[in-house]
Ligand binder design. Structure first.
Ligand code: BGC
Length: 850
């Protein structure tokens, strides 16, 4: 992305001066859901947004133009490797560019405060330093491709329950030390183009109208020169939001600015200079993404319905890179010697078991979702990796659905033309068919760019399909959506009802209310299914329409379990893939429990009892409880790995790749051990009572041992820590401290190690963490080789935020620096003295507000 406009800020000012007040204000609200209005008077073309951060959806889900699907952000952070994150982010930026997308709505840099957070998978970690480092790498990568990024959601949007309305009550030092640093780093180190103001309030002020955090901190202290964009439909006021530092209202058209803002300026309630500043910032953004002074035709696909589609060949992220990144993010939590990789032992039969083996979850739910490029499933990838001599058989084991699954590819067809998929009719209020065409999937969402008519009260969507069952027996048909639904099979109406909207609109996409009907079916005998749907476009969530048809056979669950256990008993290895189901983890709601859905714990235990070589693969974005951890041979945490799930898992299982991840979040033994569990606002307030003691900071302080701690991950080799040397025995306040750590690969395979530095002390304030992550570096070495990691403890690590003086205060005294493999596996330590020093008040120096 271009650093600055030609002629600097003056250039924007000159352009702003050409516009009338009405023209200026018009630019500050979206033209639609995903773009801004253009303005020919200043050579500005529309700027196009797309959701992220685990892919670029474009402005609609278009099956003809699927997107690269990356490992979810927490998986990216699990690599602890900023260089690789930057590389994959650059590739993602190029894909965005090729789709005509100017701005990616990501990364999400909120802190994982609770493992129940529905959107935790979309954040990077529970630690501000790790989050900041990965976020900076991500922003630099995407922006190097000429695409703006958006650090979101500013700030304390760390859970989903009542996310639109809660007011976070938080001490300033906690805000400064834990929740603000990732945003600050994105501004200071990566010149992030936009910051998104969150739905929630902080200490009584909505984030879209929060002058303290938007003007004083973000702009004045950190020097942010970009645009503050509202989260979607988050702005509820005209004057306070315009004065508070917000720059852009999304989506549009309409909303609280427009004519009302023009009137407020004319009435003297908002100075016109404020509008000029917003337009200047917008024009600077336009310049940075190449939207100023260029004819629209010079750009790929940035007009009409095709907008957001990849048209340039080779524009997708290289699948080999996604495969490498996914494998590097997998965390080997536990492994009995000699179990993994499988290639080390002759294997002739593998029982691949589990609801996530048959239905792998590559992404979490919500706006982050893309329509991914299809890649081989787990069984196919494992067969390809193990070769023909090895039998890989697949068993579901148990059921975990939240909504009835979409039928397997090829089992649904359009009754008119016969194409795979469904027939979609849209009828207006008078019943006239205004749209009639095949559609490739039985899931429709707002993001598909549904015809406008769907949003008119009384209009109807009719989904028609012929379904061919694969097996005889009981089936369940599920029709889901918010509004009136009627379902008929072979002309017989089975159900008709009105469903109610969930609390959050996004919940309607991830787990829409569903009508379920049992139907006996015969293998190979097609039936005609018809779902009539009248969307609720008046109530909460108007405009966000989703509809889905699911059909699945319904064998007795005891039989599924029995079959899997029998198969496991007869196999050399059982690989059990468990985890979240579609809809378990999503934007719009938090999980209620860390327990695996359905009978998965029972499945793991029974399989492990039947086969001593049971490898459990956990496919979840956030931690789940693993009460069977001691009973299984190995555990791999694979997150939501994106499109390369199958290949990356096969690479790790057979040893082509090393699972290189380390935990970016702590994993509790039981729910009650988590320092923060439920985030349920009381009377609209969400109090961050734990203060600084989030994640490992909380476990350390309470003396609780997590099942798998922050930073933990084994890989396929061993490491000896040989030396730790700080460049000096003392450090001056504000200075960084260089540190060298030598490690040796003491195992038998080449591998990578994440060398972690933790800083401890001085003093023992029970409200402060015992130690915090101070730096990390990823190094690689062959068997027997020694390698030196060069690290640096940032000056700020020795400071805390002094609320009484509203500035950073350096804490003199003796600190201990630990180097190790995780937050609980500290191998070497040394002391460092921070000399006491008076505050100087200079920017970024001791005593200064930064
Ligand atoms: C989410 C944002 C997202 C936006 C647009 C909101 O509900 O919180 O993260 O970018 O929708 O889809």
């Amino acid at each position: 992305m271009s650093g600055a406009a030609p002629g600097g800020a003056g250039d924007e000012a000159r352009l702003v001066a050409r516009l009338t007040l009405e023209q200026k204000v018009r630019l500050l609200t979206g033209a639609d859901g995903w773009s801004l209005p253009g303005e020919p008077a200043v050579g500005l073309r529309p700027i196009v947004f797309s959701d992220g951060p685990a892919g670029v959806r474009g402005t609609r889900l278009d099956p003809r133009h699927p997107s690269s699907s990356l490992p979810c952000p927490v998986a990216l952070a699990a690599m602890w490797d900023d260089r690789l994150v930057q590389e994959v982010a650059l590739a993602l930026g190029r894909e965005a560019r090729a789709r005509g997308v100017d701005v990616l709505l990501g990364p999400t840099v909120n802190i994982v405060r609770t493992p129940l957070s529905g959107r935790g998978f979309e954040c990077f970690s529970e630690d501000p330093l790790l989050t900041a480092r990965i976020a900076v790498a991500y922003v630099r990568g995407v922006q190097a491709a000429g695409v703006g990024t958006t650090a979101k959601h500013y700030v304390c949007n760390d859970s989903e329950t009542d996310r639109q309305s809660y007011d976070v009550r938080i001490a300033e030092r906690v805000l400064r030390e834990l929740y603000l640093p990732p945003f600050e780093a994105c501004v200071a180190e990566a010149d992030v183009a936009l910051v998104m103001a969150a739905y929630n309030s902080v200490n009584g002020a909505a984030m879209t109208t929060n002058p303290t955090l938007l003007r004083d901190v973000l702009r004045a202290e950190w020097g942010f020169r970009g645009v503050v964009i509202s989260d979607w439909s988050a702005t509820r006021t005209t004057v306070p939001s315009a004065l508070g530092g917000l720059g852009l209202v999304m989506p549009g058209p309409g909303g609280p600015w427009g004519d009302q803002l023009v009137a407020a300026v004319r009435a003297g309630a908002v100075p016109e200079a404020e509008i000029d500043d917003k337009v200047s910032r917008l024009l600077l953004l336009a310049h940075r993404v190449g939207a100023l002074g260029q004819p629209a035709s010079a750009r790929t696909g940035d007009s009409g319905r095709g907008r957001g589609a990849v048209s340039a060949p080779g524009a997708l992220v290289d699948p080999a890179l996604l495969r490498e990144v996914a494998a590097r993010s997998f965390v080997l939590l536990r492994s009995r010697p000699g179990v993994l990789p499988l290639a080390a032992n002759p294997v002739s039969t593998v029982a691949l078991i589990g609801p996530n083996a048959t239905d792998p979850q590559t992404q979490g739910g919500g706006s982050v979702r893309v329509l991914p490029v299809a890649r081989p499933g787990l069984a196919a990838a494992l067969r390809a990796a193990l070769g023909e001599a090895v039998a890989v058989d697949l068993y579901q084991g148990c059921r975990t659905w939240t909504t009835i699954p979409v039928p397997p590819e090829g089992s649904l067809r359009d009754p008119v033309g016969g194409e795979p998929g469904v027939r979609l009719e849209i009828r207006d209020t008078g019943g006239t068919v205004i749209h009639d065409a095949p559609f490739p999937s039985s899931v429709l969402t707002w993001w598909d760019g549904l015809p406008e008519a769907v949003h008119i009260p009384g209009s109807k969507v009719v989904m028609l399909a012929r379904y061919r069952p694969e097996v005889d027996g009981p089936h369940l048909v599920g029709a889901a959506g918010v509004g009136r639904l009627r379902v008929a099979v072979d002309g017989v109406t089975l159900a008709e009802a009105t469903t109610l909207p969930p609390l959050d609109v996004v919940e309607a996409f991830s787990r829409p209310p569903e009508l379920r009907m049992p139907v006996p079916l015969r293998a190979g005998q097609e039936v005609e299914v018809r779902v009539e749907y009248e969307p609720d476009v008046r109530g909460r969530g108007a405009g966000f329409v989703t509809m889905r048809l699911g059909i699945a056979s319904q064998p007795a669950e005891d039989d599924l379990l029995e079959e899997a256990v029998t198969a496991a008993a007869g196999a050399d290895v059982a690989v059990v893939v468990v985890g979240s189901a579609d809809g378990t983890e999503s934007e719009g709601y938090d999980r209620e429990t860390l327990v695996l859905p359905g009978r998965q714990d029972e499945l793991v235990r029974r399989v492990a009892a039947a086969n001593h070589c049971t490898v459990v693969v956990v496919n979840s974005g956030m931690p789940v409880l693993m009460p069977w951890a001691d009973e299984v041979a190995a555990i791999l945490q694979v997150w939501f790995p994106g499109q390369a799930f199958g290949e990356a898992l096969a690479d790790c299982l057979v040893g082509i790749a090393e699972p290189g991840g380390r935990m970016p979040v702590s994993l509790p033994r039981v729910e009650a051990d988590s320092p923060v569990l439920h985030a349920r606002p009381a009377a609209g307030e969400l109090t961050y009572a734990e203060g600084l003691l989030v994640g490992y900071r909380g476990y350390d302080r309470s003396g609780t041992t997590p099942l798998f701690c922050f930073g933990h991950g084994l890989g396929y080799t061993d490491w000896t820590y040989e030396s730790l040397a700080a460049s000096a025995g003392s450090v001056a306040a504000g200075d960084d401290l260089a540190v060298a750590v030598a490690v040796r690969n003491s195992g038998e395979r080449p591998g990578r190690e994440v060398v972690q530095l933790y800083l401890e002390g001085p003093g023992d304030d029970p409200g402060r963490p015992i130690r915090v992550l101070a730096d990390f570096a990823t190094v690689g070495a062959g068997p027997g080789e020694r390698v030196e990691a060069r690290l640096s403890v940032p000056g700020r690590a020795f400071a805390s935020f002094d609320e009484s003086r509203a500035e950073w205060a350096w804490r003199p005294g003796t600190y201990t620096l630990h180097a190790g493999r995780s937050s609980r596996d500290l191998r070497l330590s040394t002391s460092v003295v921070l000399s006491s020093m008076a505050a100087t008040g200079a920017g970024g120096e001791p005593g200064a507000r930064t």
